[in-house]
Design a protein around this ligand. Structure first.
Ligand SMILES: [Zn+2]
Length: 425
């Protein structure tokens, strides 16, 4: 360990109580989709206080369907915006952007949590709360990593950005907005909850809405009707066949062949019918399915469309035509593979070893959408997804490990120092 590293690590230790308090404040913001504005104000204010030049960028709907980083959206973006804090350096070092999302998914069954999901609770090594792990801890870690460098009496020799984006959990259009506006760097670091491992590859993902149209009827005369809910259940059963086909394709995919289900057809919402004793006329379900890096999401979407069209011809339950519609309502993006042997990865490996008593950095596949894909796929920028240990993300009693958060903050700080270079202030 160098003396510069020593100074930085000590600074992270000194600031860590403040860091956890800051994280608790951020968890209190219920930054669900399209409700992120207050959390973004908080982040923008904190970055401004720290001397960052602030950009507030509205999520851009005008590029949907035009720029390939953008995905279909079903909401109005008039109150949806992204924050970038930037510090420009004249030192000539490499540039770095920390990218995190501030949006969180709903709590699920809030009443089943041990304590209310948006009231952070510390217990032992854990901080509980929706978004604590995914990924407010990472966002806060990136801010405090840079704080520690300043606290150590150092400044970075390269430009640095803290990006706080929205829409990661649904479309990726927050990150796409920043990318399209030129907020890139020589490396992207995204401290998603990865259990202190590096993401080697992620999955491409497409998100869909299915609607079935039945024939409403009275139960005294069931033959005269057709249940939209029964049709949806049947349709989902057919889609499981498509899922199995796509899973089988993993065999020749180097990083994916050992995963049980790298495509994960997930039906996330379903609703239908309007009366307990009527044969239901309508049912709507939404979901997502993944595929492999290097593949065009539009080609995969067309494959789903063709499958749904064909099953309506082949399965008599769907006879009569026009009983099913399919639309695209969220992320439609390719996956990426992080090339091996980049300087960025080598730098992370070296500093991870410093903060982990010499331990090697493991890499693994995270078979879901990640905003890092925007920068990797469209900008060919090495994108390192690496963050703290957390549990139950998108589940009940989500929590992040505070000791892990401290190690990750140290790793991020050392990474920034090594990557950008430092000077004594
Ligand atoms: Zn996340």
């Amino acid at each position: 360990m160098t003396s510069v590293q020593d100074r930085i690590l000590n600074a992270v230790d000194r600031l860590f109580d403040d860091q956890v308090q800051f994280l608790e404040k951020l968890v209190r913001f219920k930054s669900l989709r399209n409700e992120e504005a207050a959390a973004q104000d908080f982040i923008a204010g904190a970055l401004k206080e720290r001397g960052f030049e602030i950009s507030r960028l509205p999520t851009d709907a005008s590029r949907i369907g035009i720029h390939p980083a953008f995905s279909p959206a079903t909401v109005d973006y008039s109150d949806s915006w992204n924050v970038v804090g930037r510090k420009v350096s004249t030192g000539g070092g490499r540039s770095l952007a920390f990218n995190s999302h501030v949006d969180v998914v709903p709590a699920g069954s809030g009443h089943r949590w041990t304590s209310p999901p948006f009231e952070p609770r510390r217990e032992g090594d854990w901080l509980y709360g929706r978004g604590a792990g995914d990924m407010k801890a990472g966002l806060v870690a990136s801010i405090f990593a840079l704080d520690a460098i300043a606290e150590a009496g150092l400044s970075l020799s390269g430009d640095v950005q803290i990006q706080s984006v929205v829409e990661e959990e649904i479309t990726g259009n927050g990150a796409a907005t920043l990318f399209a506006e030129g907020f890139t760097a020589d490396v992207i670091v995204s401290p998603e909850p990865t259990d202190e491992q590096l993401v080697r590859a992620n999955a491409g993902v497409i998100k869909f809405r299915l609607e079935t149209r039945g024939r409403p009827a009275h139960p005294r005369d069931p033959e005269s009707g057709q249940s939209a809910i029964d049709l949806m259940v049947r349709l989902i059963g057919h889609l499981r066949v498509l899922e199995q086909r796509w899973i089988a394709e993993r065999e020749d995919k180097r990083w994916f062949k050992d995963l049980a289900n790298p495509v994960a057809l997930t039906i996330g919402t379903i609703s239908g019918g309007d009366w307990i004793a009527s044969i239901p006329s309508d049912c709507v379900a939404e979901g997502r399915i993944g595929f492999y890096p290097g593949e065009d999401p539009k080609v995969r979407a067309a494959e789903v469309e063709a499958f749904v069209a064909r099953l309506q011809l082949e399965d008599p339950a769907f006879a009569g035509g026009n009983l099913v519609s399919l639309s695209w309502v969220g992320v439609m993006h390719a996956g990426y593979t992080l090339a091996e042997g980049t300087l960025a990865e080598d730098t992370l490996r070296a500093v991870h070893a410093v903060t982990h008593a010499g331990a090697a950095l493991d890499a693994y596949v995270m078979a879901c959408y990640l905003d890092a894909a925007v920068f990797s796929v469209h900008g060919n920028i090495p994108s390192l997804v690496y963050g703290p240990v957390s549990e139950n993300i998108h589940g009940i009693d989500e929590r992040v490990s505070l000791s892990s958060l401290k190690r990750v903050t140290k790793t991020l700080a050392l990474f920034a120092a090594d990557w950008c270079g430092t000077r004594d202030v």
